[in-house]
Design a protein around this ligand. Structure first.
Ligand code: FES
Length: 160
């Protein structure tokens, strides 16, 4: 069957995940990441295609998508900023970093900036507590500790 959203490159990745894990269900989350990466969103129809391809029930995949914020939030902006809000990052004052980022991007948590450039999301631990407050812009990880406003500005300028 020809798929609209599961393109050849995505299918190749899904096959890799399927071969890597003992259970096909374990390929679901990384496969969803591939879809999100490509379309900056999770198209509804892609879930049906993934369910069919992996031969898992559609409602199982839908349950995963609705459970995880990272899949539920639509990512319509060109760049996606994820700021960790868990305890170590909380203690390292992620709130102040967030305020600076909001000011510099004109975006707000859960809302894209008017120019469509930025989308900000607060997320759970991203496994980088040593550089708390940690944040990601698209797939690039940043150390938010001791960042001056000027340095932050320069980082943001890299993403057009
Ligand atoms: S708690 Fe923020 S990266 Fe782990």
């Amino acid at each position: 069957m020809a798929y609209k959203y599961l393109t050849e490159d995505i299918i190749q990745k899904i096959d890799e995940y399927r071969n890597k894990f003992p259970y096909k269900e374990q390929a679901i989350i990384p496969s969803l990441h591939e879809i999100l990466e490509k379309y900056r969103d999770i198209p509804e129809k892609s879930l049906e295609e993934l369910a069919e391809y992996l031969k898992v029930p559609l409602n199982h995949i839908e349950g995963i998508v609705s459970f995880y914020d990272m899949f539920r939030f639509k990512k319509n902006a060109r760049h996606h900023i994820r700021i960790c809000r868990n305890l170590p990052c909380h203690l390292a004052n992620y709130q102040s970093l967030l305020e600076k980022i909001k000011e510099l991007t004109n975006a707000d948590v859960g809302k894209s900036s008017a120019d469509g450039r930025w989308y900000i999301e607060l997320v759970e631990c991203i496994g980088s507590c040593a550089i708390a407050p940690a944040f990601l812009i698209d797939n690039d990880l940043y150390d938010g500790s001791n960042l001056t406003d000027e340095e932050l500005k320069k980082i943001l300028e890299k993403y057009k």
